[in-house]
Design a protein around this ligand. Structure first.
Ligand SMILES: Nc1ncnc2c1ncn2[C@@H]1O[C@H](COP(=O)(O)OP(=O)(O)O)[C@@H](O)[C@H]1O
Ligand SMILES: [Mg+2]
Length: 284
């Protein structure tokens, strides 16, 4: 589904899936708005993403990307509505919501001296019994995710003693352990070197295909965004200014305008490379 089309059409609760059955989008937001400190930092954002798709949220610093993800996850109060598979997320209790949507924040806080295994187990909180005790099944889920993310051997290490790339994977592990169908990632690669950037994004993409997850990721690297997104939404000053495929949104004209930077968009086969270009001098 093209998020831009959705943004300008009235709410459609159901779309027709390939098998002919009607199915609501995995994520649909309507008129999402957030006020912080008396200022509207997000206004009137409407879009939809189908199950199993990857939407990348772009926009310059301060555009409202983190606020958007936080509003979808329900960790900041918001106007408007958020639906997942036809259910209004913000009407669900904390536990029910956590079973549908998981957020990996831009800068996760790790309790001092907590081990990788214990931290990942926190992701099971919404699944635990009334006494809050984990069952064998919960530990098996944690084990499975740690193995899948190559963290099994680090399970007993304090998170604080890991490298940036390992910590990023631990944060993703906690979200995956939550077993939600909508995964929100806030700049998942911003602190990683190029090898680890690709590794983390490939991993998320594999999990998306394996588990049918819907991924919504705020990203800064436009070349990586182009390679991993089915759809791109561009925010500026808290508003959705453009949405569509990477080819539609990542143009020199659009990027120069909204990022106020001279960029070249170069094609190499099916690769779309977005490169800063200092030769034209500063934009006005
Ligand atoms: N607690 C807050 N109080 C007031 N303004 C805030 C607060 N948190 C964020 N903002 C502002 O909201 C805007 C959007 O921030 P953010 O969502 O973090 O942008 P992005 O993730 O795109 O860089 C920014 O202008 C930021 O200064
Ligand atoms: Mg941010």
């Amino acid at each position: 589904m093209n998020p831009l089309q959705q943004a300008h059409t009235p709410p459609a609760r159901d779309s027709v899936a390939r098998d002919g059955a009607t199915r609501a989008p995995r994520l649909e937001v309507r008129g999402l708005g957030v006020e912080l400190g008396g200022v509207d930092v997000l206004s009137g954002v409407s879009l939809a993403v189908d199950a199993g798709r990857w939407l990348t949220v772009l926009g310059p610093n301060g555009a409202g990307k983190s606020t958007f993800l936080r509003a979808v996850a329900g960790v900041v109060a918001a106007r408007g509505g958020v639906w997942s598979d036809g259910e209004e997320l913000h009407r669900l209790g904390r536990r029910a919501r956590a079973r549908r949507v998981a957020l990996v924040p831009q800068e996760p806080t790790f309790p001092p001296s907590m081990t990788v295994g214990s931290y990942a187990l926190l992701g099971r909180t919404a699944h635990l019994g009334i006494l809050g005790r984990e069952r064998r099944g919960d530990l098996a889920v944690v084990e499975g995710v740690l193995v899948r993310l190559g963290l099994r051997d680090l399970a007993d290490r304090p998170v604080a003693a890991l490298s940036g790339g390992e910590r990023q994977r631990v944060a993703i592990a906690r979200a995956l352990v939550q077993d939600a169908s909508l995964l929100l990632l806030d700049e998942p690669t911003s602190s990683l070197d190029v090898g680890h950037q690709l590794e983390v994004l490939e991993l998320v993409d594999e999990l998306r295909r394996e588990r049918g997850l819907t991924v919504v990721a705020a990203m800064h690297d436009l070349t990586l965004a182009a390679q991993f997104a089915d759809e791109v939404a561009l925010l500026e000053s808290g508003r959705l200014v453009m949405a569509g495929t990477p080819e539609e949104v990542l143009t020199e004209r659009t990027l120069s305008r909204y990022y106020r930077a001279n960029v070249r968009v170069v094609r190499d086969g099916d690769l779309l490379l977005v490169v800063p270009d200092r030769r034209a001098g500063p934009t006005s």
